[in-house]
Design a protein around this ligand. Structure first.
Ligand SMILES: *[C@@H]1O[C@H](CO)[C@@H](O)[C@H](O)[C@H]1NC(C)=O
Ligand SMILES: *[C@@H]1O[C@H](CO)[C@@H](O)[C@H](O)[C@H]1NC(C)=O
Ligand SMILES: *[C@@H]1O[C@H](CO)[C@@H](O)[C@H](O)[C@H]1NC(C)=O
Ligand SMILES: *[C@@H]1O[C@H](CO)[C@@H](O)[C@H](O)[C@H]1NC(C)=O
Ligand SMILES: *[C@@H]1O[C@H](CO)[C@@H](O)[C@H](O)[C@H]1NC(C)=O
Ligand SMILES: *[C@@H]1O[C@H](CO)[C@@H](O)[C@H](O)[C@H]1NC(C)=O
Ligand SMILES: *[C@@H]1O[C@H](CO)[C@@H](O)[C@H](O)[C@H]1NC(C)=O
Length: 342
């Protein structure tokens, strides 16, 4: 009898205790999640539009799950007996019941995977923090968390990019991406497909500083750091600890903002592919957008074409020609995009 009681007590303890790591003995089956020690982030399976994905999301905030990282975004699975596991051979993998691999860290020397309070899942080689053989921060999805680096190397061509979801419920690769321009290493670019959509030149020390929140005390910095043959983008904030998270997110589709044209008519301008800096505002229990680009039509890359001038001072955000040039595409100009140039 007493043995039974002790056993159930142990089981209870085991059920309640939050586990922050995966070892070869603890496969993470569909209904189990791993929680970081400070309970900031959770890792596990989630179901989106009937498909199963393994991802990391904010653990502490109410409402819909805010997913920041996904393993198998382009290989959804349906088998609820699938596991996210660390194999005996040291590889972190998603396996279904038949043993088919849906995602793999491609490692052979991992002994333990640990979810940190920064949202980083690290795979240790020999148990010490310095023995990382792989980390989720090196394999970004659509969200840049403080501490991550989005890199570009002009020699090796290795590029780390954020890539948007396809739509709100489909995390497969969407059409927008963000990172360092590998050609110049001097600008941050959002691409739509392979075309630049928004860019920020390196100037003023290459940093974008946003100082704001309800009482103007939060300081967030998005920085491009050139470094010989490579460059990387970092994101930091002094708001950590006060808010749960602050991040850049790249998906928002079919969001149309109306601008008034010169005649007072509304011109719908598709502004999807936004890069947003957001923080969790506990008083309103919601994410607050701190900064967003592109914000206005004139922010769009090459909106008025060569020799065109985008008039930012106007609500209309209209294009006009440099003196001596005529519009090339009257139709574009009439709908207010002027992309044909002058
Ligand atoms: C997961 O939980 C649901 C109910 O929440 C249950 O129906 C299902 O059997 C569970 N699956 C596994 C693999 O434990
Ligand atoms: C995912 O959720 C849908 C309902 O939204 C359900 O029909 C489906 O069975 C779930 N898939 C798995 C694998 O749990
Ligand atoms: C593992 O290797 C496969 C095949 O080369 C590749 O598609 C996949 O992206 C790799 N996984 C990671 C996490 O790099
Ligand atoms: C663990 O790996 C790290 C980095 O590879 C190394 O510096 C350290 O000495 C190793 N520790 C042990 C106990 O093997
Ligand atoms: C860069 O921008 C900051 C904040 O906008 C400003 O205080 C600083 O003077 C600028 N530095 C240069 C070199 O323009
Ligand atoms: C800012 O305002 C929030 C409430 O909106 C308050 O909790 C916080 O302490 C304030 N921070 C500072 C630095 O005044
Ligand atoms: C949170 O904010 C978003 C957009 O800013 C809004 O659509 C949503 O309704 C808000 N959610 C709540 C619970 O207020």
């Amino acid at each position: 009898m007493s043995t039974t009681i002790i056993l159930s007590f142990l089981q209870l303890l085991h059920g309640i205790a939050d586990v922050d790591r995966i070892t070869p003995d603890t496969p993470n089956a569909v209904n189990k999640t791993i929680i970081s020690p400070g309970k900031s982030f959770a890792l596990g399976f989630f179901n989106s539009s009937g498909n199963l994905y393994v991802g990391i999301w904010y653990n502490n905030i109410p409402g819909p799950r805010t997913v920041v990282w996904i393993t198998n975004r382009d290989r959804p699975l349906n088998d609820p007996t699938s596991v996210f596991t660390l194999t005996q051979s040291g590889n972190l993998a998603i396996l279904d019941a038949k043993g088919i691999t849906y995602w793999s860290s491609n490692t052979s020397d991992g002994t333990e995977a640990v979810l940190l309070d920064t949202g980083n899942l690290i795979l240790l080689g020999n148990g010490s923090e310095s023995s990382r053989v792989w980390q989720s921060f090196d394999d970004p999805t659509d969200t840049l968390l403080p501490g991550m680096r989005l890199g570009s190397n002009s020699k090796t061509g290795v590029v780390g990019k954020l890539v948007s979801w396809r739509d709100d419920s489909d995390p497969s690769l969407g059409e927008f991406s963000f990172g360092v321009d590998p050609g110049t290493l001097f600008q941050m670019v959002t691409w739509k497909g392979s075309d630049p959509y928004w860019r920020r030149h390196l100037w003023n020390d290459s940093l974008l500083r946003v100082t704001s929140d309800t009482n103007g005390s939060m300081d967030s910095v998005l920085k491009l750091i050139p470094n010989d043959m490579e460059a990387y983008i970092t994101f930091s904030s002094n708001a950590l600890g006060r808010v749960l998270g602050l991040y850049l997110i790249l998906y928002e589709r079919a969001l149309y903002v109306g601008f008034l044209d010169a005649k007072g008519g509304a011109v719908p301008v598709g502004l999807d592919g936004k890069l947003k800096m957001m923080y969790w505002e506990d008083s309103i229990k919601n994410w607050t957008v701190n900064w967003v680009r592109p914000e206005r039509p004139c922010d769009l890359y090459d909106r008025c074409g060569p020799n065109g001038i985008c008039d930012d001072s106007f609500l209309a955000q209209t294009c006009s020609c440099l003196q001596g040039f005529e519009p090339q595409s009257q139709k574009d100009w009439e709908v207010g995009t002027g992309q044909g140039g002058a």
